[in-house]
Design a protein around this ligand. Structure first.
Ligand code: UDX
Length: 451
């Protein structure tokens, strides 16, 4: 099929590469000329495992442009909108990019029927809203005329950074939010190889054992939009729940990891997303929970569980700084090294990363902070040049003379540290990830969460 994808962020680019790999003719539009230049040269502008490899194998078959007029929109079978919808200060999603996309589509849609798929997380009701916008813009351009040959559907994305391409090929479901039969049929056709899992997997991304089919789940458009928020809010709440239990575990002398394992053995609870520690960050959980609370407020509802999950999450960051402050008897002038800066391993993304809030507070209280991360420091230097933190690429240098070390992100490399060579001091393991026995034997003062 001829597919046009608007936006080449995590969602757009992974989806584009996956669809190109499956044999579709994919054109990507992005308003950022630097990104488009890189993509044209075959360079992936984001860090995502295996994306480079699979992209290299399909790059010749893909097109990239900043110009809607060059994207052959009139002949597209499917147009996917995957633009960013970052949070506004009031928690609501910023729809500027979505509006720009709708306006451009109104200008360039042709005469053949096409479906427009919202993949970005949009406010509930946005699908109809996009449709309305396209109609409005179209009428501005062609007074008195109506455009009937397109239909907007919703297919929210659940890909997780660090495994985004894997999730694109092997999602646990594909949601189709539409009640329009021809649109459902066309979108299902596009995703048939994913549904039936009958494609030859990329060498670097073998199919998970036992995966024979991915459900295509059809529901109405608004339910699809809301489902995405509900999924993320549930996962975020699960993490905050275990963190709240962790505080009590610490007080009564229980072990949060044992509790998580024990309750997770009940399949009704499940063992995933029960890792206690510093809590969640990233582009979705904070943004989507904030939006859900804001949308509910508009409807006169109080999302107290989701709000509590947010409160618990952001208090974890304060807990880290307060605990270290207490342990060191003050932070002024103390040398603190942060291990990990990205919001989770295998990504260079710093959106809502706990490292930022923690660094800011440590620096405010007078600590001398050094931060290491295997790949996120270029982003840190570019996005947070004034944080007051020394960004150190060399792990051994970062570990030369700290009085305290905080493990923020559980990058695998941190499990290989030779602690015998690190000066003894306090280690706050924010992800309950390090080998505590070894640290104790070597004489480190170890703080873990919920233990
Ligand atoms: C999430 C959702 O998983 C994905 O389905 C959605 O589309 C986008 O948001 P992502 O933000 O990439 O994906 O990462 P995820 O693996 O979900 O982790 C989010 C945050 O939660 C990370 O900061 C991670 O460290 C934290 N986390 C995760 C925990 O603190 N404990 C856990 O048990 C799991």
């Amino acid at each position: 099929m001829r597919v046009v994808i608007i936006g080449t962020g995590y969602v757009g680019l992974n989806t584009a590469v996956m669809l190109a790999y499956l044999g579709n003719a994919v054109t990507c539009i992005d308003t950022n000329p630097d990104k488009v230049t890189l993509l044209k040269q075959g360079i992936v502008p984001i860090h995502e495992p295996h994306l480079d490899d699979v992209f290299a194998s399909v790059h010749q078959r893909m097109r990239f442009t900043t110009d809607y007029a060059q994207a052959d929109i009139p002949n597209a079978d499917v147009i996917i909108i995957a633009v960013g919808t970052p949070s506004l200060p009031d928690g609501k999603a910023n729809l500027t990019y979505l509006k720009q996309a709708a306006k451009a589509l109104a200008e360039h849609l042709g005469e053949t029927f096409t479906i427009i798929v919202n993949k970005s997380t949009v406010p509930i009701g946005a699908g109809n809203w996009v449709e309305g916008l396209i109609h409005d813009y179209y009428q501005e351009l062609h007074p008195g005329k109506m455009k009937h040959n397109f239909n907007v559907i919703s297919s929210p994305e659940f890909l997780s950074q660090g495994s985004a391409l894997h999730n694109s090929f092997y999602p646990n479901r594909v949601i189709i939010g539409s009640e329009h039969a021809p649109s459902i049929e066309r979108f299902s056709k596009l995703f048939e190889p994913i549904h039936l899992q009958n494609f030859e997997p990329p060498e670097c991304l073998p199919r998970p054992e036992g995966l024979t089919e991915v459900p295509l789940f059809v529901c109405n458009l608004i339910s699809a939009e809301m489902l995405k928020y509900a999924a993320n809010a549930f996962l975020a709440t699960k993490i905050s729940f275990i963190n709240e239990i962790g505080h009590l575990a610490q007080k009564v002398g229980a072990d949060i990891d044992a509790i998580a394992k024990g309750i997770g053995l009940d399949p009704r609870i499940g063992n995933r997303f029960l890792n206690a520690g510093i809590g969640w960050g990233g582009s979705c959980f904070g943004k989507d929970t904030a939006a859900l609370v804001a949308i509910a407020q508009e409807k006169g509802l109080d999302m107290s569980i989701v709000q509590a999950a947010r409160d618990v999450n952001y208090q974890q960051r304060t807990w880290v700084v307060d605990t270290l402050n207490e342990k060191l008897g003050g932070l002024d002038g103390r040398r603190v090294t942060l291990l990990g800066f990205s919001f989770k391993p295998n990504t260079d993304d710093l959106r809502d990363a706990p490292s930022i809030d923690i660094s800011r507070e440590l620096v405010k209280r007078g600590a001398i902070v050094t931060a290491h991360d295997p790949i996120a420091l270029d982003n840190a230097r570019a996005q947070y040049p004034d944080l007051g933190v020394v960004y150190e690429n060399d792990l051994s240098k970062a570990l030369e003379s700290p009085e305290a070390i905080i493990l923020i992100t559980e990058w695998p490399i941190y499990s290989t540290i030779d602690w015998a060579k690190v000066p003894k001091g306090v280690v706050l393991d924010g992800r309950n990830f390090l080998d505590t026995e070894t640290l104790w034997q070597l004489g480190f003062d170890v703080i873990r969460f919920g233990k």
